[in-house]
Ligand binder design. Structure first.
Ligand code: SF4
Ligand code: SF4
Length: 445
């Protein structure tokens, strides 16, 4: 894949690199009609069955082939790819990824470390899909390609380490990092000591590994909110990762095993409402687990913490009005902006509830970023941050800069992973909080 890995997103070399790449597949734009055995942009559909037979790969499945064949010669979303805009490499845009995979499907190229680099250097943000008039699903194709790479023994070493960290410690973040962050606050496998004692409660609070491992202050804030609202809740004694990092990195079978274990733990609580601090966990429990063959039961309501907080604010369990003692809240003219995490927005389509929670807080003014809701820019994504910090960190810095442009002093998120990356990038002048932390702070809990 050397031809494309070095192609720039802009500049005069793009055309020749693309022509070379297409030429490697037996077709050139200036060569007239494709000759026998060559591959051109007009023969998209006729080869589908033939390719499935020849390549028993996940990327050869019909839906994924459609994405490969549509994206390989399309330029329409390359200007907004989260990673492509950072690397300025054509190979790490949707088109570049598709062209690499088409080459593999046709046998003109093969899976190798360069293709692995192109495929793992995607934040799965879904911004390309949101803008695509055909709704071609690049994140699903990328996950499929990662599965194929795992089976080919070509997963990056960082992904393998993450897998071991989840297996051994129940979190993608290794124990050394946990020690550095102060594992005494929240232990690496479960909830804060004592919290798990509240058994047989209708509400299960699922913290998620990013909050447990990286931002335990979010767990503490949510516990305060539930206590003040007199909500009886429980937490899993030995909570472990929901398995989504495994699913995203191509370890589908391990993700399924993780889902089976977590599913059994959740069922044992007999809870009626599951509240998660992480939108990716919500997506896992709601949509991905059934796809992996693990059903949590039709009776279980699965909510993001912001939705549960909104419910408490509207049913009177949580009071955001004047304080009982008449003393005004200290939050006069508190300007915040809100970052739509990719999984909360483009996957779960939960845009308004976090804004309604923020808007209901006394003295808080919400200012929108230019790129918001379904067009929100990504923070760089957890695995890109972990495997390619030289790419992920500047992406987070750019997003923090967009927040600062609004004049806000606080950037609010609903994803502990985003909060972690954005707070590392923010520097002075911008505080990054989860919506639960904001509520607990403004209401002085
Ligand atoms: S996702 Fe849509 S817009 Fe982007 S390259 Fe593929 S077909 Fe084109
Ligand atoms: S999911 Fe995001 S990072 Fe991946 S190709 Fe699409 S826009 Fe780029």
């Amino acid at each position: 894949m050397e031809h494309d890995a070095n192609a720039k997103t802009g500049g005069s070399d793009t055309q020749s690199q693309s022509t070379q790449a297409a030429g490697a597949l037996g077709w050139r734009p200036d060569a007239g009609e494709p000759t026998e055995g060559s591959v051109g942009p007009r023969d998209v559909c006729k080869e589908t069955d033939e390719l499935v037979d020849a390549h028993p790969l996940r990327i050869a499945e019909a839906q994924n082939q459609r994405t490969v064949k549509s994206c390989r010669f399309c330029w329409m979303c390359r200007h907004l790819c989260t990673v492509g805009n950072q690397t300025w490499l054509e190979s790490t845009t949707p088109r570049g990824r598709a062209l690499n995979l088409y080459s593999v499907l046709k046998g003109a190229g093969k899976f190798d470390s360069e293709v692995a680099d192109v495929i793992y250097k995607c934040s799965l943000c879904g911004l390309c899909k949101e803008f695509c008039v055909g709704a071609y699903d690049m994140p699903t194709l990328v996950r499929a390609a990662r599965e194929d790479l795992v089976h080919s023994g070509l997963a990056p070493s960082g992904a393998m380490l993450m897998r071991e960290s989840i297996r051994e410690g129940g979190t993608p973040w290794d124990s050394q990092l946990l020690r550095k962050l102060g594992a005494g606050v929240v232990n690496s496998r479960g909830a804060s000591p004592g919290l798990a004692d509240r058994s047989q409660s209708p509400v299960l609070l699922f913290a998620g590994c990013a909050a447990r491992s990286l931002r335990p202050s979010i767990v503490d804030a949510m516990v305060k909110i539930l206590d003040v609202a007199h909500v009886r809740f429980t937490m899993l004694e030995n909570e472990v990762c929901c398995g989504m990092p495994l699913y995203d990195e191509g370890f589908r079978e391990e993700a399924r095993e993780q889902a089976v274990g977590i599913g059994a733990s959740i069922a044992s609580t007999e809870c009626k409402v599951l509240v998660s601090l992480c939108p990716t966990c919500v997506w896992a429990f709601r949509d991905v687990y059934p796809d992996l063959g693990v059903n949590l039961g039709g009776e279980l309501e699965i909510l993001h913490s912001s939705e549960f907080i909104f419910r408490l604010l509207t049913d009177g369990g949580l009071n955001a009005g004047p304080r009982a003692d008449g003393v005004p809240h200290a939050s006069d003219k508190f300007v915040v902006t809100y970052h739509d995490p990719c999984s909360m927005g483009r996957i779960l389509h939960k845009y308004e509830t976090p804004r309604e929670v923020i808007g209901s807080l006394p003295g808080v003014e919400l200012r929108e970023m230019r790129w918001a809701r379904d067009h929100a820019h990504c923070c760089g994504g957890a695995s890109v941050h972990t495997l390619y910090p030289e790419v992920g960190e500047p992406i987070a810095t750019t997003r923090a800069g967009e927040a600062l442009e609004t004049g806000a002093g606080v950037l609010v998120s609903t994803c502990p992973s985003c909060e972690h990356h954005l707070s590392e990038a923010a520097g002075d002048g911008l505080e990054v909080l989860d919506v639960a932390e904001l509520v607990a702070s403004i209401l002085e809990l």
